[in-house]
Design a protein around this ligand. Structure first.
Ligand SMILES: NC(=O)c1ccc[n+]([C@@H]2O[C@H](COP(=O)([O-])OP(=O)(O)OC[C@H]3O[C@@H](n4cnc5c(N)ncnc54)[C@H](OP(=O)(O)O)[C@@H]3O)[C@@H](O)[C@H]2O)c1
Length: 235
């Protein structure tokens, strides 16, 4: 039975990823940073294969404490991330650091601790959650977020070269995820995305989760970034 770690496992996407791995019989460690109640609810929903733990990727000591209690790992899904909107002219250093420290430094801290465990696995792999913003920057007010996800993409490729053949490393770049807040009447972001996307819909978190599971099982893929965006980039 594989053990899977999903950081930010209670997020819109994290929940779907946890569910997808539980459904195929994996032990899943779902971490939360601030919302323990959400994690407890997810545990009730998904049952005994789901374990919940606190992990704040901004804190090196939180990451170390978490890994001191983990003795086996086959799949790491770096899903935690933050998104903010701001013109670069108005962006303060704290916001820049929060985005980079969560999306890039935090991913590095978790990955570094996970590598020794993944090396001991016969199926060790990492799936990083990037974004189409890394591949198609310029949505407006997101340059700092786009740059952080661009770093996730290049980190993924370099790490794949460094950690092979023992550990495979890939990324998924989702488009706009279907989330309740987007269903308010006439939401402009939703309208913009759906209008351009070839498939005329938002990206379901479950469709991204199935791609994460696929990357975790296909032994021939490493250093790859798969876009799951309902055809937004080609629209
Ligand atoms: N939403 C989209 O349309 C979209 C599109 C492309 C890519 N993505 C990426 O997909 C991933 C998930 O996005 P989402 O929209 O599902 O997330 P979300 O609902 O906004 O939730 C963010 C997640 O990150 C966790 N997190 C925040 N700060 C953290 C920290 N310091 N340490 C550890 N975890 C932390 C949160 O945990 P707590 O709740 O416990 O704080 C939460 O689980 C992110 O990497 C995001 O950039 C999202």
């Amino acid at each position: 039975m594989r053990t899977v770690l999903v950081t930010g496992g209670t997020s819109t996407l994290g929940r779907s990823i946890c569910k997808a791995f539980v459904e195929i019989g994996c032990e899943v460690v779902c971490t939360y940073a601030h919302h323990k109640e959400k994690a407890e609810n997810l545990q009730k929903e998904l049952g005994p294969l789901l374990h919940i733990e606190e992990l704040d990727v901004l804190s090196p000591s939180s990451v170390e404490t978490f890994f001191s209690r983990l003795d086996t790992l086959d799949v790491l899904v770096n899903n935690s991330g933050v998104f903010t909107l701001s013109d670069q002219e108005d962006l303060n250093i704290e916001e820049w650091e929060k985005v980079f420290n969560t999306n890039v430094r935090g991913l590095f801290l978790v990955t570094q601790q996970a590598i020794p465990l993944l090396k001991r696995s016969s199926k060790g792999c990492i799936v990083n959650i990037a974004s189409i913003n890394a591949l198609h920057p310029g949505f407006g007010m997101t340059a700092h977020y786009d740059a952080s996800k661009g770093a996730v993409v290049s980190y993924t490729k370099s790490l794949a070269a460094e950690l092979g053949p023992k550990i495979r490393v890939n990324a998924v770049a989702p488009g706009l995820l279907d989330a309740p807040y987007l269903h308010e009447q006439g939401n402009p972001v939703k309208e913009m995305f759906v209008q351009r996307a070839v498939l005329k819909q938002l990206v379901s978190p479950d469709s991204v989760a199935s791609c994460v599971v696929f990357l975790s099982t296909n032994p021939a893929i490493t250093g790859e970034v798969i876009t799951v965006d309902c055809g937004y980039l080609v629209g």
